[in-house]
Design a protein around this ligand. Structure first.
Ligand code: ADE
Ligand code: ZN
Length: 330
């Protein structure tokens, strides 16, 4: 079965995680910035990560080249082209504005570049979607609140809010008040949880943040009552297999917990997280689990179905894509 032909949504991709080494160098040249690596190959050679924190340090370093709206446009358009090639119809992408604000890029400018790219992707490839603004959990709730003050007048340009960055030691509950405000402004809420943090962080994301999806959610399997809750409430978990492998959460794709999650009745979809760093875009992630876990065509279609069911797309759009998936299996 040709997976690229299946309609699908990408619900867990950090737009800055699509920053390829060639673009890092092109943007550094554009802005006259000096990088600590001689060329893109030398940078790529750094992509061996011991854990999430090791990855995040390099990921934040590379972001220093994103300095204006045009950079965000170029970054996002390059990603949308790759996603369209993988059959992605809808993208709900994260971005980390706190880092870019530190570099003097205003939130409105970040959003202008991102939105222009999405509009162009719609015209060129029929890709639709929106952006999820993330709070960096390791900076704590006060900076998150300051970001929300900046974002509130621009809330109509956001699909939702998320919570990302280093997880262990940073539970979700302190971010409850800022998530309450974002949800009251009509935004969707999602949160990373159970990537490296314990199941209690997933409970907290659901109960205190009102998270409608949990990003990663791998460690829910350690808590049967949590699995039951996630199954009953049909909460989508946005899995990222190559990310898990590259960050050492899984030692081999043949041992990835995706199969166990599906067997438990969880709603899981496959995503790329930070594809420029982890060795593959959405299509590569789907192929990796198909081969590693010997998944059937029916299961591959089910994963695409879950991505669409878990998206915040308009119901009519979801129904049309689901009908297309039904036809793919006959
Ligand atoms: N930011 C970018 N990628 C991330 C990940 N996998 N987990 C948490 N924060 C992130
Ligand atoms: Zn992520």
């Amino acid at each position: 079965m040709d997976l690229t032909a299946l309609p699908k949504a990408e619900l867990h991709v950090h737009i800055e995680g699509t920053l390829e080494p060639d673009l890092v160098f092109a943007l550094a040249r554009r802005h006259g910035l000096t990088l600590p690596w001689d060329d893109p190959e030398e940078l790529r050679a750094e992509y061996r990560f011991a854990d999430l924190s090791g990855f995040l340090a390099l990921y934040y370093d590379c972001m220093t080249v994103l300095r204006d709206g045009q950079d965000f446009y170029d970054l996002a358009l390059a990603y949308f082209e790759r996603a369209a090639h993988d059959g992605v119809r809808r993208v709900e992408a994260f971005f980390d504005p706190q880092v870019h604000l530190d570099h003097g890029v205003a939130l409105a400018e970040q959003l202008a570049g991102l939105h222009d790219a999405l509009a162009e992707a719609g015209r060129r490839w029929g890709v639709e979607g929106g952006y999820l603004m993330c709070f960096l959990r390791d900076r704590g709730p006060a900076p998150a609140q300051r970001l929300w003050q900046l974002a509130q007048p621009l809330a109509h340009r956001l699909l939702g809010v998320g919570l990302d960055s280093a997880e262990a030691g940073f539970p979700p509950e302190p971010f409850g008040p800022v998530f309450d405000q974002a949800r009251r402004a009509g935004l969707h809420a999602v949160a990373h949880g159970g990537e490296e943090g314990p199941p209690s962080y997933i409970w907290g994301a659901l109960d205190r943040l009102g998270a409608e999806r949990v990003d990663h959610g791998l460690r829910c399997l350690e808590d049967p009552a949590l699995v039951e809750r996630l199954v009953t409430e049909r909460v989508t978990l946005t899995g990222c297999p190559l990310s898990n492998l590259r960050l050492g959460l899984v030692d081999d794709m043949r041992h990835h917990p995706l199969s166990r999650m599906l067997e438990a009745g969880l709603r899981v979809c496959v995503n790329s997280d930070d594809p420029a760093y982890f060795g593959g875009y959405l299509g590569d992630n789907l192929e990796a689990v198909r081969q590693g876990l010997s998944l059937s065509d029916a299961t591959m279609v089910e994963l695409c179905r879950d991505s669409i069911r878990g998206s915040f797309a308009e119901p009519g759009r979801r129904a049309a894509w689901l009908a297309e998936l039904d036809r793919a299996l006959v």
